[in-house]
Design a protein around this ligand. Sequence first.
Ligand code: MBD
Ligand code: FE
Length: 281
Amino acid sequence: MTTAHDSATAAASGASATERFKSDKPSGVSDTPPERVSLLARSVLDAVHSTIREHKVTYDEFNALKAWLISVGEDGEWPLFLDVWVEHVVEDVATEHREGNKGTIEGPYYVPDAPEQGASGSVPIRDDEPGTPLTWKGRVTSTDGSALAGAKVELWHADADGYYSQFAPGIPEWNLRASFTADADGNFEIRTVRPAPYQIPTDGACGKLIAAAGWHAWRPAHLHVKVSAPGHEQLTAQLYFPGDAHNDDDIASAVKPELMLDPKRVDGGEAIDYGFVLDPA
Ligand code: MBD
Ligand code: FE
């Protein structure tokens, strides 16, 4: 059977992720003081040079690298590459002071301003959406235990085939993307479906690296969230399902034990209970 997904390509999803990045996060090197740029660029170059000396990198290998770096840009895969292999360390460093909820990486597929569904409701979903229905109850609190009424919980995730709306063709614009607003007690209730394990695009430059190195392209199934409330640091996280084959070898190194769900079977699907504790800003 042919589906719209068969025409999903790395170049198309990479181009969408690159455009998304440019419009949402348009800050540049000019905001960074020259001493800092010099320090960081020097440090990265030193690491490259010592890798070359240590492993006696050849001209053939140097040229293979040049060709590959050119193709990362041509395929629009800089966001994918950086989010899969680098962002997890940036996230660790940025959030190490937090006492509240653990977070993890954002990845390349967040879109702001998803449809608002109030404190309780369903994500936008197709009539024939495949996958196990999931009901998720949670509460947003501050580190002192007080409820964060009006906290915003933005959710986005792949469908049961592993595709994200707005980055793969043939999916309604806001499918499986929504924003919820916690009630006066900080509570919210979300209805969606369980996402599938996710394989990053294999037909572009990142896929070429994975194949050439003999790695795999899988991330475990995950729900992405951003949680925000006035006077608090925004939390970006992902939640995972126990038993997933890739919880222990996520290609994006973004799984943490604190982010593991505990789904219970209920009539017509599964129920999860997971809340968030935000740090005061
Ligand atoms: C994803 O869905 C994702 O979450 C990350 C981090 C990288 C690629 C695809
Ligand atoms: Fe994802």
